[in-house]
Structure formats: structure tokens, C-alpha cells
Unconditional design. Structure first.
Length: 252
């Protein structure tokens, strides 16, 4: 390549990068609104690469503030990555989200805390479960169809309660996630000495299938309400434990 052409190309790239840095942050929120019906935002400031959106609304939920900043070094590995931070009393989250040319997604160094009610509402579902979800994910990969491919980290559910015929307190639980070769995720479930004794494993396959194996029991024999709820799974074994064996496909 001739020196004049090479320097001209570098100059053009520098000019385009300069324009990108000056582009208003509303270009980001307008693009999101095109793909998420019902999404709106009250105020947007900053640029495309470093912006703040305040008063976000989607599916009846409000997020007080969401900020982002572009991570340019990720381009060297083929990812378009931004750092995200949510500032809301009911949903605290921070992490790095990236998309590749094949539309696969990556989440890194993500930590957050939100209510299960808020999570279900954002997903467009209603859930009888209540409690707090905390997550700490070093790495999570999703394919172009948003199916989990690999993960490393932990998810905690605190003060889990369900509304069946009556409110039932179940306790605190942890799901430890590790990747499986060549692809897939394995999760180990453990309880923290709450009313429901629960242990098991979860396997997530690259095609969206999952398999759950484990066992549940009532820690306090006098807890008749919880025992009656577990009886919906059938009779317990000789040790008073209910086996958990089920599989399915993640909803898209």
C-alpha cells in the first residue's frame, strides 16, 4: 500500500472514531427502543461510548439510572464490549457485556442484586417465588439464540419464599456454575441450613436442554406445611427425601 493511501486510510479511521466519540447517547437508547417494544427513557446524557440514561421504563418496571462506557481494547479479540452499571434501590448490577460478529454474547465480571419479583417482571413472567437474587459471574457465554454455552461463577437466592396454599419459607440457596468441556454448564445446588434441605446438580447443554438431579427434604420434621407441599412430588424414600429428576428445554 502506498504511503499516501495508507495515511489517508488512517486519517479516515481517526475521523470516524472522532465522530463516534461525539455522537449523542440518544443514538443508543433509540436503537434499544426499536428492538424492545414499550421501552422508554426520561433523560439521556453523554455520548455513544460513555453515556447515562435516567428513568428507564420497560414491562412496567423502572430503573432509576443506567450508565455505560465502551471498552475499546476488547475489539482486539473480536468483541464489541461495554461496561454497564445500574443504579437503582431494587436492582444493583455492574458488569461488562459484549457481542461478537456472530451475534454471540459475553458477560464478564458481573455482580448484582435484585428481587425475584423484579427479575420475573423483566423476563415477562409472573412467579410465585419471592426473595433476593445475588449473582457473581466471572464469565458467561451465550450463543446468538441467547442459550447459555459456558459459565463460571455463583448465584445466591436469599430468603426464598413461595406462595402455594399458604406462604412457605424455604431458606437460602447457592448455585455454583462451572463450564463443561467441550461446551455446556454444570451447576451444583446447596442449601444453607434453612427449612428446605436441598442438594443436586443442574446440567445445561449447548442446545438449550437441561437436566436436574438431586434430592429435597424437610429439615424440621414438625414443619407439616412444607412436608405437605413436597408431597406433591410423590412419596418420599425410606430416608424421608424426595428425589428430584427432571429435564426440559429452556424457553426462548
Amino acid at each position: 500500500m502506498k504511503p499516501f493511501l495508507r495515511y489517508s486510510l488512517l486519517g479516515l479511521l481517526a475521523f470516524l472514531a472522532f465522530l463516534l466519540l461525539l455522537a449523542p447517547a440518544t443514538l443508543v437508547t433509540d436503537r434499544v427502543a426499536e428492538h424492545l417494544p414499550g421501552f422508554s427513557v426520561q433523560n439521556v446524557s453523554g455520548s455513544v461510548t460513555d453515556g447515562i440514561a435516567q428513568g428507564l421504563h420497560w414491562r412496567g418496571n423502572r430503573i432509576e439510572q443506567l450508565s455505560w462506557d465502551w471498552q475499546p481494547l476488547a475489539l482486539l479479540s473480536g468483541w464489541l464490549e461495554v461496561g454497564l452499571r445500574s443504579n437503582d434501590p431494587d436492582m444493583q448490577a455492574v458488569g461488562k457485556v459484549a457481542i461478537a460478529f456472530d451475534r454471540s454474547l459475553r458477560l464478564r465480571d458481573a455482580n448484582g442484586r435484585m428481587s425475584l419479583n423484579r427479575l420475573a417482571a423483566l423476563a415477562g413472567h409472573k412467579s410465585p417465588a419471592q426473595g433476593i437474587l445475588e449473582f457473581s459471574l466471572r464469565d458467561l457465554h451465550l450463543d446468538a439464540n441467547v442459550r447459555p454455552q459456558s459459565a463460571y461463577g455463583a448465584v445466591h437466592v436469599l430468603n426464598l419464599r413461595v406462595e402455594l396454599r399458604q406462604p412457605l419459607n424455604l431458606g437460602d440457596f447457592t448455585l455454583q456454575l462451572t463450564p463443561v468441556e467441550p461446551a455446556g454448564i454444570q451447576g451444583v445446588i446447596e442449601d444453607h441450613d434453612g427449612p428446605l434441605a436441598l442438594q443436586g446438580t443442574v446440567k445445561l447443554f449447548p442446545d438449550g436442554r437441561y437436566q436436574v438431579d438431586g434430592q429435597a427434604a424437610v429439615r424440621d420434621p414438625a414443619n407439616q406445611a412444607l412436608r405437605q407441599a413436597l408431597s406433591l412430588l410423590g412419596p418420599p424414600d425410606a430416608n424421608g427425601r424426595w428425589p428430584l429428576n427432571f429435564s426440559g428445554v429452556l424457553a426462548r
